[in-house]
Write a protein that binds this ligand. Structure first.
Ligand SMILES: NC(=O)c1ccc[n+]([C@@H]2O[C@H](COP(=O)([O-])OP(=O)(O)OC[C@H]3O[C@@H](n4cnc5c(N)ncnc54)[C@H](O)[C@@H]3O)[C@@H](O)[C@H]2O)c1
Ligand SMILES: [Fe+2]
Length: 363
């Protein structure tokens, strides 16, 4: 069997690595996309000090789950005012990085409607204009810094778009765990569980291969061990670094497989029930583990390397892990009755991500 693993992102990791922005942006004009708390936390000033006059444009009002209603004006203003900058730097969680991925894809007209129409086709396209992206995550979760995917939400029409082009791979990822020291406990847990979900979804995936599995297994082991400790010791540089590395490994794994059923279910739970992404894509992990088990010998072997060979014990371990972090694991806990849960799972299996699930044909 021949396998291929492809990830073109130039990845820098370590405390203090944000400093590398200086060397990476020499002689360029850059725009910064960041989260609203960044200024109060001193992050905007720090980047302004590093970049000086190179920093020509700033978007600092990115809200969780970038929505078309807000993105429209931000996108059109960016292409009107900052069309000359060469590089966009995203410093934030998945919401800031995904916003930046949408901004760098320039339409001919500069109109956001043109981009949405292209996204609605679900097919790849070559943008009329684009910019380089440097992604510096401030949460240990989405792995968006090493993937080409971005999720664009449309809460008004209860839809989500998936942006994925050759040009949406970040050119550089800077993973500096010091940026994560200020993430509150609740967000630390939900983003850490997003990473756990990425790793598991990379394993129970029709696109899995031994290389993505290697990243995924290492990520799962790290997260199971490290996240409960980090939740009780949020200021620990060592634990922040370990979780940052675990989220990076999970990102590497699913950068080549995409996600699967748990994420497909999550989109409905976020749109209909308002769950944060990390909770929405992790509370079903014990359930999805049960649906994956026994469908494919290679997948079983990988899952059993992590969880042993007893499914009931494996599911109980995952459930207890989630409960210990304060996360409930049943649809009913989120006010979803059994008929609606069944409909959500059925719909999720039909979605693009659901079709990546190893047990899709039998579930
Ligand atoms: N592109 C991908 O591959 C991918 C994968 C998974 C999720 N996502 C998307 O990412 C988004 C979720 O991203 P997220 O989970 O990182 O959360 P987020 O970016 O929405 O951030 C969560 C909250 O934490 C705050 N925050 C972020 N960093 C902080 C810091 N260092 N200190 C204090 N507060 C901070 C934010 O302002 C926000 O209020 C969703 O829209 C989801 O769809 C994308
Ligand atoms: Fe995710």
């Amino acid at each position: 069997m021949t396998v291929r693993f492809h990830n073109p992102v130039d990845t820098r990791f370590g405390c203090g690595s944000l400093q590398q922005l200086v060397a990476l942006t020499e002689h360029q004009q850059v725009a910064l996309v960041t989260f609203p708390e960044a200024r109060g936390l001193g992050v905007v000033d720090r980047i302004q000090d590093l970049l000086g006059e190179r920093l020509v444009y700033l978007v600092e009002d990115v809200q969780p789950n970038p929505d078309v209603a807000w993105l429209r004006t931000t996108y059109e203003r960016f292409w009107r005012v900052a069309a000359d900058c060469q590089t966009v730097i995203a410093v934030g969680g998945g919401s800031a990085i995904d916003t930046a991925k949408a901004l760098i894809v320039g339409t001919e007209s500069g109109d956001f409607a043109e981009l949405l129409a292209l996204l609605a086709t679900g097919k790849p396209f070559v943008p009329a204009r684009s910019k380089a992206l440097i992604a510096a995550p401030t949460t240990a979760g989405t792995g968006s810094e090493v993937t080409p995917w971005a999720t664009i939400w449309d809460a008004g029409s209860q839809k989500k778009y998936s942006l994925h082009l050759d040009s949406t791979w970040p050119a550089v990822a800077i993973i500096d765990p010091e940026l994560m020291l200020t993430v509150p406990a609740e967000v630390t847990v939900s983003t850490g569980l997003d990473a756990l979900s990425h790793a598991l979804e990379a394993i129970w995936n029709v696109n899995a291969n031994p290389i993505s599995d290697t990243f995924a297994i290492a990520a799962i082991e790290d997260i199971l061990e490290c996240l409960p400790k980090l939740r009780l010791d949020l200021g620990s540089r060592e634990l922040r670094s370990r979780m940052a590395l675990a989220a990076l490994k999970a990102g590497m794994a699913f950068s080549n497989t995409k996600t699967a059923l748990a994420h497909s279910i999550s989109y409905e739970m976020t749109l209909r029930h308002g769950l944060p992404h990390g909770i929405a894509c992790s509370f079903t992990l014990p359930l999805v583990l049960g649906l994956a088990w026994g469908r494919d010998a290679a997948c079983d072997q990988t899952l059993q390397r992590v969880f042993g060979n007893n499914l009931a014990v494996a599911q109980a371990r995952l459930r207890e892990f989630l409960h210990s972090l304060g996360v409930k694991t049943e649809f009913a806990d989120y006010g979803v009755p059994p008929e609606e849960a069944e409909a959500i799972i059925g719909y999720a299996l039909q979605g693009a991500r659901g079709k990546n699930f190893i047990g899709a044909w039998a579930a």
